[in-house]
Design a protein around this ligand. Structure first.
Ligand code: SF4
Length: 338
């Protein structure tokens, strides 16, 4: 990404947070707040795939949903750099929101529950086109068939209901629906996690082809590091709602700067059995986002912690060119990659 300039930025997430109220008692409302996403800032470049990784509950899915406004954010901005210049997508209302929603789409994890079982596949794909009045009936009909072919669906089966399709085919329907409005960016929320490995590969290759053909930008939320390594240009690692490291994929996997990334990398399966790497087993549990630790959120589990880690929160900063890390000791540690 060294050759990227400011003009290549498609989306900027600025200080985004999402807190959920937690009721501890029937009488005391909102006794605590769960910080699912905690002051996240990052940039997404045109035509790239940005992987978002981390353990379950780290906030990656919530961040993706906040970006597409699937759920409301507690604070922060999502600046979208479209044809009309930068706009804060989270501030938009009415017809402007509707217009920009076409540009920012989402593919969901579970192709079984994300498609309305009462609608035919034809209706599912055509719905966003009809809602946005993107053409006459004939044009919409043609577009639905074109997209269906594009994603590898048989157009003779479009009048069938989702239950008649396999998991992989349903995910193709989800992709077709997301593609219908010609989006600039698609948030793929664990888009292949529920699929068999062979089907995963087909869907990933399809996403790759669509990106190559239409220049679509992806934010790819996943917990499978091998999949993320394969598909992503850059990767952001999340831990307890925060981004702890962000770099080009090759750089992050070969030379991590954050101890948490090093631990994640040690769990990546190696294709060559002669390549052995000792798995780093972290002590303790992932802290609760309701009551995270002081200082660095990772310090109770970090094998490299120092006293400063318990008191001072490390900011995400550019430690090397285009390599961001939130660790007090990023410059001095030499960590192992995958
Ligand atoms: Fe570990 Fe300290 Fe770095 Fe946190 S700041 S990851 S505790 S060394």
């Amino acid at each position: 990404m060294n050759d990227k300039t400011k003009d290549d930025i498609l989306m900027e997430v600025k200080n985004l947070s999402k807190q959920f109220p937690v009721k501890k008692d029937r009488l005391i409302k909102n006794a605590a707040w769960l910080k699912a996403v905690d002051n996240v800032s990052l940039q997404v470049y045109r035509g790239e795939t940005l992987g978002l990784v981390g353990e379950s509950g780290c906030g990656k899915t919530t961040l993706g949903r906040c970006i597409v406004r699937g759920i409301s954010s507690t604070q922060g901005e999502v600046i979208f750099h479209g044809e009309e210049g930068p706009v804060n997508f989270l501030d938009l209302k009415g017809s402007r929101l509707k217009k920009y929603r076409r540009d920012i789409q989402m593919i969901f994890q579970d192709p079984y529950s994300s498609l309305d079982p009462r609608m035919t596949v034809y209706d599912i794909i055509s719905e966003p086109l009809r809602i946005n009045r993107m053409g006459t009936g004939e044009e919409i009909d043609q577009k639905v068939k074109d997209i269906a072919r594009e994603v590898g669906l048989n157009i003779a089966h479009l009048k069938r209901y989702p239950h008649a399709f396999s998991g992989g085919q349903r995910q193709r329907v989800g992709i077709a629906r997301a593609l219908a409005t010609n989006p600039s960016i698609i948030v793929c929320d664990e888009a292949v996690s529920a699929l068999d490995v062979s089907i995963q590969a087909q869907v990933i290759n399809l996403l790759d082809e669509l990106q190559y053909k239409y220049g679509i930008t992806y934010i790819f939320v996943a917990h499978d590091l091998s999949v993320v390594e394969y598909i992503s240009d850059r990767v952001a690692v999340m831990y307890v709602g925060q981004v702890t490291e962000l770099a080009d994929t090759g750089e992050l996997f070969s030379r991590p700067l954050h101890p948490y990334t090093e631990a994640l990398m040690s769990a990546v399966p190696k294709p060559d059995p002669r390549m052995r790497m000792e798995r780093i087993v972290l002590e303790g549990e992932v802290p609760s986002p309701i009551d995270p630790p002081s200082g660095c959120y990772f310090h109770p589990r970090c094998p490299y912690r120092k006293p400063i880690c318990e008191t001072d929160k490390p900011e995400l900063r550019e430690v090397e060119q285009d390599h961001f890390c939130a660790c007090h000791r990023a410059e001095e540690l030499t960590l192992k990659g995958a």
